[in-house]
Design a protein. Sequence first.
Length: 196
Amino acid sequence: MSFITRGFGGRRSERDPRLPPGQTLVSDWPVLSAGPTPDVTEADWRFTLRTEYGDRHWTADQMRALGMEDITVDIHCVTHWTKLEMPWRGVSLDRIFADVDTDHAFAMAHSYGGYTTNIPLDDLLDGRSWIAFEADGEPLDPEHGGPARLLVPHLYFWKSAKWIRGLTTMPRDDPGFWEQNGYHLHGDPWQEERYW
Ligand SMILES: Nc1nc2c(c(=O)[nH]1)N[C@H]1C(S)=C(S)[C@@H](COP(=O)(O)O)O[C@H]1N2
Ligand SMILES: [Mo]
């Protein structure tokens, strides 16, 4: 652990306690996409939640009507950058799952363009994830996932699927795109669950 020492050459700076191990602060917002930015307008956008009991669909207006929340969170990319106190606006997954039944404990997030990532339902519910439509007070830029992306700020940012198209619940924790390519199944930045 670090201390602030005075005298003998001045003070040593203390590490920001909001910075997970191995992370460095950035003030800009890097773009990281595994492929091209898909061309999806908010009018075209649909969200499908698929469980073992069937499918539910939402348009962007229907989803916004579930209730938009303002949240301020820190985001952590596995490539070692962290951005602190980002303002976002979106719909909590709790509202989307409110009257949806499933016995499954995991979900696969699917994006327009084909990206996938797996997440336990425990990490999606209880105020821990959102379908985000805005960041920094503006509609999400297409390269940052607009019109809507998943936001799971307590996991590495690869779990926050851009251009989210839906979630499919699963009985097992099957790996998504990066997880099949060596990224950790879970991705907790505080445990440094980077690769495996
Ligand atoms: N659909 C999709 N979502 C994605 C990605 C991607 O390539 N495609 N990259 C992931 C990774 S590795 C990171 S770090 C973040 C980057 O989001 P940003 O470009 O808005 O910073 O998006 C995640 N979500
Ligand atoms: Mo990333």
